[in-house]
Design a protein around this ligand. Structure first.
Ligand code: KIV
Length: 271
């Protein structure tokens, strides 16, 4: 079991300084109990908009609202004291203009107390990233497979599999680094591309389905716990079957209630 020894919340500059020193560990969370349990083990907690799918049972991440991200991020910040906390900016909350992005990012930072924000997007989003960074908003840029572009991509598919598309993703990464992103999240890209980007990037790369060549790894927690829905990606390693445990506990409770074995006196108030 690897548990870190810090006594205070990891800051964004400290996270950046881990590049080349130590692999960065991250998981997603959107509830208080999950965030509290992972806090001693991860360097940053991501409140991903994947919450729309794994938490709300929706079919894509597109209808995650700003209010929902704010609510979940507040729960995570309140329940962690060691991990850096990074929130996803939902679809439609930042793409319109740098000004819209700034207004909504500032609202998330101010109302939640999180440390940084993650934005999906290629080259076209780089001027927005620059606008935000210059105004005090730390940005992690998400490139490669971008679930908010599911309709453009025609599904959740690995990206950059031929020379032309790999070069386009590399150009996206370079543009975000020039714009001042403190980290790059690489989703669903091949190992040689992840290795190339991690090689030239002075900022840490965080991979999901993007090979061990990245400076760190993130997973959607429900997937590694066996709580994912029908769309668990192929690359996910499942570390536990919490879903089976929950089913077992529910089944046992139901049986005891139906048999008149629950509650026993010791499980009642006032006894
Ligand atoms: O929303 C999310 O959970 C993410 C991960 C896929 C990195 O962005």
């Amino acid at each position: 079991m690897s548990i870190h020894t810090r006594s205070k919340r990891l800051t964004v500059p400290q996270l950046v300084a881990m590049k080349g020193q130590q692999k960065i560990v991250s998981l997603t969370a959107y509830t208080s109990h999950m965030a509290r349990l992972m806090d001693p083990f991860v360097d940053f907690v991501l409140i991903g908009d994947s919450t729309a799918m794994v938490g709300y049972g929706r079919t894509s991440t597109l209808d995650m609202s700003l209010e929902e991200i704010i609510g979940h991020t507040r729960a995570v910040v309140a329940s962690t004291r060691l991990a850096c906390v990074i929130a996803d900016m939902p679809f439609g909350s930042f793409q319109e203009s740098p000004q819209q992005a700034y207004r909504n990012c500032a609202e998330v930072l101010a109302r939640t107390g999180c440390d940084a924000l993650k934005l999906e997007g290629g080259l076209a989003m780089a001027p927005t990233v620059e606008f935000l960074v210059q105004r005090g908003i730390p940005v992690m840029a998400h490139v490669g497979l971008m679930p908010q572009y599911v309709n453009v991509m025609g599904g959740f598919k690995a990206q950059g599999l031929n020379d032309a598309t790999a070069q386009a993703i590399e150009a996206d990464a370079r543009a975000h680094l020039e714009a001042g992103a403190f980290s790059l999240l690489l989703e669903g890209v091949a190992e040689n591309l992840a290795r190339r980007i991690s090689g030239f990037s002075p900022m840490p790369t965080i991979g999901i389905g993007a090979s061990p060549a990245c400076d760190g790894q993130v997973l959607v927690t429900e997937d590694l716990l066996g709580l994912g829905g029908p769309q668990v990606p192929r690359f996910v390693k499942q570390y536990a079957d919490v879903g089976a445990l929950i089913s077992q506990a529910c089944e046992q409770f139901a049986a005891e209630v139906r048999d008149g074995r629950f509650p026993e006196a010791r499980h009642c108030y006032g006894v």
